[in-house]
Design a protein around this ligand. Structure first.
Ligand code: GLU
Length: 495
């Protein structure tokens, strides 16, 4: 049977590392076995779902560049793929279970339910099985119950959890997990009093109707598994194979959260991570592909993915490692690609006009190789390249002064460095450096004494891309003007 897997997010928050990892593993699995990857929006929680999060979902995956074969936006034979468009199906199935004696109407709106479980309890605390309902309505005669429902009495539908026996999950990753039915959340709500399904009902009905063969989801869903398995059994359906993925933790061993740093994919994108780096790193969170190798394209990951290679132990999200991946991927881009990636960041920083002029584009192309080796993220580019697009602000005189020199000697050094600019060919970096070295020796300076003040004059900072290469991009005449301005600035600082 062809594998069918789904990513089933609830649009109640931004797409984050954990959710993308779940989606990615499902995608990679589908691709690795020639199966189908499906997106289903689980928006049964109407108060917490929002269009903003749906938009964020589409944006994120369009950016990441791995996509579903079936889903709300691309269609498919099993639609609709949005749960709020399938409500009639859920009621029909809940009623079916009542007819089969596997579920019952519950009217506990008047305090006969425990205080913490009002009749509206939506059971949508999806991560846990909920709390004990004392099964008050389980014993109402079904004929009476139906009469009350037909008379319009508010009600919910609850699943009958067997009072005895055990429910067994054979998790593809974790192996056998067993629950005594007596310990399973007594009789969870399937259909709420407003006719909305709970997560449990909608999830099971849809996985079945959509022909889902494997469910890969986060381990926090394990407590829901017995409810779901009992429901499959009640319907007489074959359950999909379940695989609960290890958690993603921060370095301190707690579940990855904002406290550890960025978690929303958007934040990584804005910071200037490349999608290929993020995908590569996230794919390795708790899964291995090929020994001794770290860098994989999406296609390679899909070819190499094996469910058996998923780790049981939690994965630790290492921001430094991700940075390393990003650096690797940045350096793999050719100059033109890197310019394309950098341009939006330059535009946002106001350094390049939104329709980069030919001159700006040419300058960016010339400048990019200067920073390629040292960029950690695309968002580093504007600061590193600013001096090539704007006059730098000159820092205080102190910043110009090399160690062991005073202001006068610094002025002398800068002035010598400036004068040499008109005699050397900066495009020949080695010869230029040799000439500066020689001149420094003549004047009793070290090479750095000559170059450091010039660097600050030309770039506005002590840390910059390689100086002579920068001057090539900038033009020697501009560099000389800047050196003159700096000399005036230093002279003015004289006591
Ligand atoms: N809607 C659930 C979520 O937000 C789906 C869990 C599952 O995959 O069954 O993660």
């Amino acid at each position: 049977m062809k594998a069918r897997v789904r990513y089933a997010p609830s649009p109640t928050g931004l797409q984050h590392i954990g959710s993308v990892r779940t989606a990615l593993f499902n995608y990679l699995f589908a691709r690795s076995v020639g199966g189908t990857f499906i997106l289903r929006l689980e928006d049964t929680d109407r108060t917490r779902s929002s269009d903003e999060y749906v938009r964020n979902l589409y944006d994120t995956f369009r950016w990441l560049g791995f996509y579903w074969d079936e889903g709300p936006d691309v269609g498919g034979q099993y639609g609709p793929y949005v749960q709020s468009e399938r409500f009639a199906l859920y009621r029909e199935h809940a009623e079916k279970l009542v007819d089969m004696g596997k579920a019952y109407y519950c009217f506990c709106a008047d305090g006969s339910a425990k205080k913490d479980e009002p009749v509206e309890d939506d059971g949508d605390d999806q991560s846990s099985a909920g709390f004990g309902y004392p099964r008050t309505c389980r014993n109402i005669d079904p004929v009476d119950a139906r009469r009350r429902v037909e008379a319009g009495e508010p009600h919910v539908i609850r699943l009958k959890i067997p009072l005895e026996g055990v429910t067994v999950l054979n998790d593809l990753l974790l192996g056998r997990i067993e629950w005594k039915n007596a310990d399973v959340n007594p009789d969870p709500v399937l259909l709420k009093s407003d006719g909305f399904p709970t997560y449990h009902l909608a999830n099971v009905v849809d996985d079945h109707l959509m022909g889902i063969t494997h469910v890969m989801r986060a381990q926090e869903w394990i407590p829901s598994a017995p409810l779901h398995l009992i429901m499959y059994e009640a319907f007489g359906w074959e359950p999909p194979q379940l695989c609960h993925l290890p958690m993603v933790l921060g370095e301190d061993g707690h579940k990855l959260s904002k406290r550890h740093g960025a978690t929303a994919v958007d934040e990584f994108r804005r910071k200037g991570y490349l999608e290929a780096a993020l995908i590569n790193y996230v794919a390795m969170l708790g899964c291995s592909y090929e020994d001794g190798r770290d860098l994989f394209t999406l296609d390679e990951l899909a070819r190499l993915f094996k469910m058996e290679h998923i780790n049981k132990a939690p994965a630790v999200f290492d921001y430094v490692k991700l940075e390393w991946f990003n650096g690797q991927y940045l350096r793999m881009l050719d100059d033109k690609e890197l310019v394309e990636r950098i341009t939006p960041f330059m535009v946002e920083a106001g350094l390049v006009s939104s329709t980069a002029t030919e001159e700006e584009a040419a300058r960016l192309l010339a400048a990019t190789p200067l920073v390629k080796e040292r960029l950690k993220y695309l968002s580093d580019a504007p600061d590193a390249l600013r001096f090539l697009f704007r006059e730098p602000e000159l820092p205080a005189a102190l910043e110009f002064i090399p160690k062991k020199l005073d202001l006068d000697r610094t002025i002398a050094a800068l002035s010598a460095a400036r004068d040499m600019l008109s005699t050397v060919d900066v495009a020949d970096h080695d010869a230029t450096e040799a000439a500066y070295r020689e001149r420094a020796a003549e004047l009793g300076f070290k090479l750095g004494d000559l170059l450091m003040p010039l660097r600050v004059a030309v770039t506005g900072t002590k840390v910059s891309p390689p100086l002579f290469q920068s001057i090539v991009v900038l033009g020697t005449d501009v560099a000389i003007k800047r050196a003159d301005a700096a000399l005036a600035h230093l002279a003015a600082a004289h006591p």
